[in-house]
Design a binder for this molecule. Structure first.
Ligand code: BG6
Length: 501
């Protein structure tokens, strides 16, 4: 057994680094990447000679890029007020290369710049629409930038990684022509969330939960990823993905693997990912009628979220009036393994839900003999362990307690751990951890090629089944509700009920 601590403290990355962002003019860079780099700089976790190079088509120069990124940090930095000295230093390192993603000359200019600033270690970050990925990767290869004799070269690829299994395989083929798998860092930002990382710590650094973590004691697992936001300005993207490709194939399946995986033999990238992969491989395929029976999809109609009127999906800007894109999904999954055989995993995710909440609820089995008629009193199963991923990060254990008094009246009560109360302050943003890990060469929190393929294999079967027998009228749910009317019935069929949040 290795003696590596389960979460080793990230070190300062090796220097000097050329951090190249393709698609630097987009929202992701301004809202997430640069504010995360700024926050790392405040914490003195990135080297001073980190050179940030933006690459995009827009008619910007170094000064424009610096001004835009300054505005991004001022608006989106996690901790304010912003430290001007740190920000100025970060901005001072920024350079802009103007070019189109299929222009070899622009890539040659980028290469020259990286050589000029002596960026011996290179991180290429693809923050563009996925349609540009292949051209960028091929041009990195063609311009001889995929390796560097004096340092490392890595590529970070944003989601969506493919649109289905076939396109993910095609993309992988392009990627692997240029990069070795060890150089590839596929982002799923849920893995960078503190509370998601804590799933493994909770399970494998504590002795008391793991013995119960199996089919003998767990009756069902419910994973909820609910958002209050609608499609916003992203209809162009969302119309072609829906919640299945946008949330299920990646974030939800990742939460599932971390909840269900076996303990890795050691805590390194491959050992952890090997175990996650086994979970994905143990999902019995949902195909044809079985897929349709075990999934429920719907679309939001007009309603109210947090007291505010919300448009129906079809009335959102950029959405087709006859769109049948699903904005809500519930599914029943199984895992065919010794640990989980017979335990249903219910997942649900949707936009325009009443509350923003991501949680994993482990429902333990009822006592063998219900002496106190508990179930009627409490509604839910009495013992639930809830991993609150966001926004109130923490862990809650529910159980029954006797109410004081002469009769055996039982109440559901909670033991609760809150990140905020215990550790104070806001936890780091997912991108802070992920960018640092990518610079440090730790791929544990990034998805590996075989893992992504397996997730797509499972998801594509369901998408195919939906296409085989298109739904005539997609069920709807009013914005601000927990899903369509058939939602409860979907679970009752399996003698379960959704946890009330
Ligand atoms: C993204 C999806 O991956 O995750 C978005 O594309 C979604 O549609 C977002 O809103 C949710 O992320 P978070 O961190 O806010 O839960």
């Amino acid at each position: 057994m290795s003696d590596t601590p389960i979460l080793s403290a990230p070190e300062k990355p090796q220097i000097p680094i050329g951090f190249v962002i393709f698609g630097v003019t987009g929202d992701l860079t301004r809202r997430k990447l640069i504010p995360a780099l700024y926050q790392l700089a405040v914490a003195d976790q990135i080297p001073e000679d980190l050179h940030i190079i933006g690459f995009a088509r827009r008619d910007w120069d170094d000064e424009t890029m610096q001004a835009k990124m300054r505005a991004g940090v001022l608006e989106f930095a996690r901790r304010k007020p912003v430290d001007d000295a740190v920000l100025d230093r970060l901005l001072g390192s920024m350079r802009y290369v103007r070019g189109s993603f299929d222009d070899p000359e622009a890539f040659a200019r980028l290469h020259t710049l990286l050589d000029d600033i002596k960026a011996e270690n290179r991180l290429f970050y693809l923050a563009t629409p996925p349609s540009a990925y292949s051209a960028i990767i091929q041009n990195i290869g063609a311009s001889d930038m995929a390796s560097c004799p004096s340092g490392w070269v890595r590529v970070v690829i944003e989601k969506p990684y493919g649109h289905d299994l076939a396109s993910a395989l095609e993309l992988d083929a392009v990627v692997h022509k240029v990069f070795a798998e060890e150089q590839v860092y596929r982002i799923d930002h849920y893995l960078g969330k503190e509370t998601v990382q804590n799933i493994l710590v909770f399970r494998f650094a504590n002795g008391i939960f793991e013995p119960l973590w199996n089919r003998n004691y767990i009756g069902c697992v419910q994973i909820t990823v609910a958002e209050t936001v609608g499609v916003g300005t992203r209809a162009g993207y969302y119309e072609s993905v829906g919640v299945m490709r946008d949330m299920f194939q990646n974030h939800i399946l990742q939460l599932l693997t971390l909840t269900a995986m076996e303990a890795p033999v050691t805590f390194n990238a491959d050992a952890v990912r090997d175990e996650k992969l086994k979970v994905l491989r143990a999902l019995p395929p949902l195909q044809g009628a079985k897929a349709r029976e075990n999934t429920l999809r719907a679309q939001y109609s007009a309603g109210k979220v947090a007291g505010q009127d919300a448009l129906g999906y079809k009335d959102e800007q950029g959405v087709a009036k006859d769109s049948d894109t699903e904005t809500f999904l519930a599914a029943r999954l199984e895992i065919d393994s010794w640990r989980w055989a017979g335990v249903p995993f219910f997942v649900r995710s949707g936009k325009r839900m009443p509350q923003r909440v991501t949680e994993i609820a482990i429902q333990f089995k009822q006592v063998p003999l219900p002496l106190f008629g508990w179930r009627n009193l409490a509604g839910d199963a009495p013992n639930q362990l809830i991993l609150n991923i966001q926004p109130e990060e923490g862990i809650t254990l529910t159980f029954g307690a006797k109410q004081p008094g002469p009769v055996n009246q039982i109440s559901p009560v909670e033991m609760h751990f809150s990140y905020d109360e215990t550790f104070g302050g806001s936890p780091p943003e997912a991108y802070e951890r992920l960018l640092l890990d990518a610079m440090n060469g730790d791929a544990t929190l990034f998805t590996r090629s075989d893992e992504v393929q397996e997730a797509w294999r499972f998801t594509t079967d369901i998408l195919d089944a939906w296409e085989e027998e298109p739904i005539k009228k997609l069920p709807t749910y009013a914005a601000g509700t927990w899903g369509p009317a058939s939602m409860d019935e979907f679970l009752q069929r399996h003698d379960q009920q959704w946890r009330k949040i």
